[in-house]
Design a protein around this ligand. Structure first.
Ligand code: CTP
Ligand code: CA
Length: 226
């Protein structure tokens, strides 16, 4: 199986992949989540295994089984838990691919008991900002080669390139979401951006797209280290 793709492009490399949504609890029965299925991130993890890497998969709440050959899986629920797990797993890793859709905000307080409806009144939730996992990593003196994702409904190229610069990433994979594209679909299309270049990966199944993405990451990773 491994011989059918990649020719060991990432042999001997440790790659950390995050996948899926995060859930930010409001009370014991409610949360704020998002539409990420985790499929793209799991496909990326599988492509990294096929390219010969040792893969750590940090997964938000998804109903997916790990691809064969994933060395370690860490299941998390909230953005804060994902932040801690990714920072721990990334120490000494070669590459971090951030395919997770991390919640930007969490309820400032998690109610210990189920909130009761107050008939006739609005409910106001105060949300606190979550830490940015990629930005935390890029601020470290030593960190892995960093690959982000940018799922955008509009102005995809502008927002993606802004995130590449702002988070000091090595590469970003941008895709359009909404209108039957992206999050809950079987196929996807990506545009990769890095400092001084870009590449279009046309619409394909997530497994094929992930293999093309990983081949490009491996090429840029080798270039960055040369
Ligand atoms: N990301 C992260 N930590 C967060 C939020 C996002 O590491 N707290 C990562 C995602 O995993 C993704 C990249 O940053 O790889 C871009 O995520 P995105 O939500 O598009 O970027 P934001 O900076 O949160 O901008 P916005 O949601 O306003 O578009
Ligand atoms: Ca966000």
């Amino acid at each position: 199986l491994a011989a059918s793709f990649g020719n060991g492009l990432l042999a001997g490399r440790h790659v950390v992949v995050s996948a899926g949504p995060t859930y930010e609890d409001i009370d014991p029965v409610r949360f704020i989540g998002n539409r990420s299925s985790g499929k793209m991130g799991f496909a990326v993890a599988e492509a990294c295994v096929l390219a010969g890497a040792r893969v750590t998969l940090v997964a938000g709440p998804v109903s997916l089984t790990s691809p064969a050959g994933v060395a370690r899986r860490i299941d998390v629920r909230s953005a804060a838990q994902m932040h801690a797990a990714v920072l721990e797993a990334s120490a000494g890793a070669d590459i971090y691919i951030a395919a997770a859709a991390v919640g930007d905000y969490r309820p400032e307080q998690v109610a210990p008991c189920k909130l009761k409806k107050q008939a006739g009144a609005d409910l106001v939730l105060t949300l606190a900002e979550n830490p940015d996992i990629l930005a935390s990593l890029s601020a470290l003196p030593e960190h892995p080669f960093l690959v982000g994702f940018a799922a955008e409904t509009h102005d995809v190229a502008t927002y993606a390139q802004d995130k590449l610069r702002r988070k000091k990433l090595d590469m970003i994979a941008a895709n359009q979401v909404g209108e039957g594209l992206g999050f809950e679909t079987a196929d996807n299309a990506l545009t990769l951006y890095w400092n001084g270049g870009s590449r279009e990966l046309p619409r394909a199944g997530k497994a094929e797209l992930a293999r093309e993405l990983v081949a490009c990451v491996a090429e840029r990773f080798r270039g960055a280290r040369a």
